[in-house]
Design a protein around this ligand. Structure first.
Ligand code: ADP
Ligand code: MG
Length: 692
């Protein structure tokens, strides 16, 4: 049997195509539910619970909980440790998939041998490959990976005759995706896609937690958010309060904490008002997509709602208001993705009966480029080969010229994924080495071809005079910091200098977490500071203060760290530390990075964003680390690296700092100073860049 699986961040669903009814149908789990929570619980006695049982434990706080691990797919530094074993997101996804498959098999009493798994459109090559591997680890064949919004469009569109342009608006538990699709008699063509993968239903839950805790604090002088387990309990409860507000006009919220008991009524109007900024954020993403595609709401015939969070009445109301377009009323809000995958699974089995011919044309969510030399030869750039929102599968071939006078017989090609011209702002996906070509030193030509396959996985090929050349994959080197430097940089490989300014939020809300934060920073300083890596320390609140100027001396920094106290720069967060951090590092040799640790919402956000832009222009990397109540989409805006805004919890702060320490060493977070080595380089015939 073949099934489609929606492997969601918060909930997952299995569906199959029923040949008798010619319709996709969901296979319920052992509890007769369509959706299975994407949660795993490791009990202390070694037992592992997956799905419904695990979610029950999440509220109670027993055992080790792994949830939302889809966010860590393809990222080896994301791990969950339980009972002495370390699990990656891929391992956890494999365990969840196994459970979903076993449950479905038990339900329909048939063996599942092949699956189609859906992934967010923005998933990159690493994340897609990790998803395929997770599926294969369960012993099934992964026939295909398809994009979630595309899958939803298939489920909606495969029976429709009309020629319509549909905007798929997918608001899930932790992610938001928007995709413009043309549906014409089973022919499904994706025009473009964009998203914000830090925005989702959990942000709506968080506003309820905030609403209730602020009143509780006002009334009793204690804040349940100060206690990790009370807070978690409230987060879980708030999801239910939110669902009540989907059906009713108001909900009564009850909090019991430290012997006090508070009861607060939240009306739907209030809730809608308090969450308006989140809806606006989804609209920003739609506008960005329209901008990219040269389209507007006028080009949209209908809006298709996907994802559990679109159940909230505010969503269709808001969309109808801003777009003036009809919102399709359909019952499959959170099942459409799995059903589309089931249809796709049937289509790809080759012997399908009953399914009408469906053609799917999807697009890439990211641009794909090659590391090249800038026209002036003074720096490396990302030379885009396949633009984002290009149709998949697709391939592009471009001729490149080996620099005249360079007798090399080996060429390295680095594949970059991302929109920025700056290589270190992109993911370095892969490295291949090309040999076996002819080069007389007079500017030999080589054709490089990039291919995006149907699953969104990337391949590189090379040709000379139409003959295929040998292309061998090599691991991407640990240290890629030279990509931030000059191609003609000295080749002696001297030490790479690095500068890091740590900016710590000292506003009042940090009072309970500061000591623990200090502990993590202390570990980081011990691991990172040395004569080549200078660290500076800034505290900020309503004002900014330099606590310690740049130094490589561990003890000096730690002494300054130990003296940090809350409220010394005001109780709020009206200041922005980036300008001060920049001035501390000005005129210093080496790569530069600013790490901002905050737990609150800043007053002058526009100012911070413009400061961040100056940092970017000056090649200074900014990494925003948010704990607690931090505004993640804001942190993402000020972070100069794609994965820079790392929302974390106090428990996981150590992990985030080790990630930064590793990135410092590998140069993978935008540290821009190089000690390059000289390799074969290509000068481009068509493109004005040269491949390294
Ligand atoms: P994902 O694809 O990220 O796993 P889903 O599409 O399953 O997410 O949506 C899960 C989100 O939808 C959660 O935040 C959940 O609280 C929310 N949700 C589900 N049902 C409702 C409802 N009736 N009202 C409001 N939100 C809901
Ligand atoms: Mg989903």
């Amino acid at each position: 049997m073949k099934v489609g699986i929606d492997l969601g961040t918060t909930y997952s669903t299995v569906a199959r195509y029923d040949k008798k009814t010619s319709r996709p149908e969901v296979i319920n789990n052992q509890f007769e539910k369509e959706l299975t929570p994407s949660v795993i619980c490791f009990l202390d006695n070694g037992e592992i619970l997956i799905g419904e049982d695990a979610k029950d434990m999440q509220a109670g706080g027993a055992g080790t909980i792994a949830a939302s691990f889809k966010r860590g797919m393809g990222d080896n530094s994301f791990t969950v440790e339980a009972n002495g074993k370390v699990y990656t997101a891929e391992d956890l996804s494999a365990m969840l998939l196994k459970k979903l498959i076993t449950d479905a098999e038990a339900k329909v009493k048939e063996k599942i041998d092949s699956v189609v798994i859906t992934v967010p459109a923005y998933f990159n090559d690493f994340q897609r490959t990790a998803t395929i591997r997770a599926g294969e680890a369960c012993g099934v064949k992964v026939m295909k990976i398809i994009n979630e919004p595309t899958s939803a469009a298939i489920s909606y569109g495969y029976t429709r005759e009309s020629n319509k342009t549909v905007l798929v608006y997918d608001l899930g538990g932790g992610t938001f995706d928007v995709t413009l699709v043309k549906i014409n008699k089973g022919n499904i063509q994706v025009i473009g896609t964009d998203g914000n993968h830090l925005l989702g239903g959990k942000d709506w839950d968080a506003t309820i937690v905030k609403f209730a805790c602020e009143q509780f604090l006002e009334e009793f002088g204690v804040d349940p958010r100060d206690d990790e387990s009370a807070k978690n309990e409230l987060i879980v409860a708030s999801e239910n309060y939110k669902k009540v507000l989907t059906k009713s006009d108001s909900v009564a919220i009850q909090i019991k904490y430290e012997g006090y008991s508070g009861k607060y009524v939240l009306r739907r109007e209030q809730f809608d008002m308090r969450t308006q900024f989140l809806l606006n954020a989804t609209n920003d993403v739609c506008m960005k997509l329209f901008n990219d595609l040269g389209k507007s709401w006028k080009d949209v015939d209908e809006i298709l709602l996907v994802g559990g969070s679109t159940r909230m009445p505010q969503v269709p109301k808001f969309l109808e208001m801003v777009s003036g377009r009809p919102v399709i009323d359909h019952a499959d809000t959170d099942l459409a993705v799995a059903k589309g995958a089931a249809i796709t699974a049937e289509l790809y089995c080759g012997t399908h009966t009953g399914v009408r011919e469906v053609q799917i044309a999807d697009v890439t969510a990211h641009s794909l480029g090659a590391l090249a030399e800038s026209p002036g030869g003074d720096r490396y750039i990302n030379e885009i080969m396949i633009k984002r929102n290009s149709k998949v599968p697709s391939s592009v071939k471009k001729p490149f010229k080996i620099s005249p006078g360079n007798p090399t017989d080996v060429i390295e090609v680095y594949t970059l994924q991302g929109e920025s011209k700056i290589p270190l702002d992109c993911y370095v996906l892969a490295k291949v080495v090309i040999t076996g070509f002819y080069n007389d030193g007079n500017g030999a030509l080589i054709d490089i071809e990039y291919t995006y396959d149907e699953n969104g996985v990337v391949k590189v090929s090379a040709y000379q005079d139409g003959e295929r050349l040998e292309v061998v994959s090599e691991p991407v080197p640990e240290d890629i910091s030279w990509m931030g430097g000059s191609p003609s940089a000295n080749t002696t490989g001297g030490p790479v200098m690095k500068n890091v300014v740590l900016c710590i939020d000292l506003s009042r809300s940090m009072r309970n977490s500061l000591e623990e934060v200090k502990n993590h920073i202390r570990d980081f300083v011990i691991a990172a500071a040395d004569e080549n890596t200078k660290i500076g320390l800034i505290g900020f609140g309503d004002k900014v203060g330099i606590m310690r100027d740049m130094t490589g001396d561990t003890n000096t920094i730690i002494t300054a760290l130990d003296s940090l106290k809350v409220n010394v720069y005001g109780r709020g967060t009206d200041a922005s530390p980036m300008g001060t951090a920049m001035s501390m590092m000005a005129n210093r040799p080496g790569g530069k990075m600013i790490v901002i640790l905050t737990d609150g919402i800043w007053g002058k956000r526009d100012f911070a964003v413009s400061e961040a832009l100056s940092c970017r222009n000056a090649n200074v990397a900014v990494v925003g680390l948010g704990i607690g109540e931090a505004d993640i989409s804001f942190l993402k805006q000020i972070s100069t690296v794609e994965e820079g805004a790392m929302f974390t919890t106090l428990d996981r702060l150590g992990e985030s700092f080790s990630k930064i320490a590793r990135a410092l060493n590998s140069g993978s977070m935008g540290m821009r100073e190089s000690s390059g080595e000289s390799m074969g380089r290509l000068g481009s015939a068509e493109v004005k860049g040269r491949l390294r």
